[in-house]
Design a protein around this ligand. Sequence first.
Ligand SMILES: [Zn+2]
Length: 83
Amino acid sequence: MALKESLQKFAVETSLYCPFQRVINKLSPEDKATLSQALLEGYPNITIAKALRDEGHRIAEISIMEHRKGLCRCPKTQNSKKS
Ligand SMILES: [Zn+2]
């Protein structure tokens, strides 16, 4: 990929998603499944942060906390409404 394309790709990604979502985007399908299961089961943010850092990802516990609480800058999906 040409540098110009890479720059544009990462500029868009960085402005759209929070650090935690950017880590998620890089995970393999298997790791994504494992992570979403861990989130569902209520694993503490610090545990998830440590596990991801152990896998070589740069992630802070606070980024995970903000993402889980919906306080991050990720685009919010509209399909979470329940009637
Ligand atoms: Zn997020």
